[in-house]
Design a protein. Structure first.
Length: 119
């Protein structure tokens, strides 16, 4: 069993930056892919970014070049550095994990962190 705890959400101005973190506990050796999804009000949850145990990364087209996902395996922590945040980015961001190398569909979820972009 795996537990994920999100943190780092908040309010930022357009063009600003924010970093989300996710701490993983439990049976961490079973995890091969981790990442982030987001869900805006009235919208479906959508994929944002993923990273495998080997360090391979994948991004949605909407965040590519602005967001960076990293993983500290020694601390069982992943982070999402979000730069140049835009009005389309506000959402609840959820950390996710899966035992296979493909994150979709996730097997475990964090509780979510609210990201708000406003001037």
């Amino acid at each position: 069993h795996v537990q994920l705890v999100d943190s780092g959400g908040g309010l930022v101005r357009p063009g600003g930056s924010l970093t989300l973190s996710c701490v993983v506990s439990g049976e961490t050796t079973t995890i091969n892919a981790m990442g982030w999804y987001r869900q805006a009000p009235g919208s479906q949850r959508e994929f944002v970014a993923a990273i495998t145990r080997g360090g391979n990364t994948q991004y949605s087209n909407s965040v590519k070049g602005r967001f960076t996902i990293t993983r500290d395996s020694t601390k069982n922590v992943i982070a999402l550095q979000m730069n140049n945040l835009k009005p389309a980015d506000p959402a609840v961001y959820f950390c996710a994990a899966r035992s296979s190398l493909e994150l979709e569909p996730p097997e475990s979820w964090g509780q979510g962190s609210q990201v708000t972009v406003s001037s």
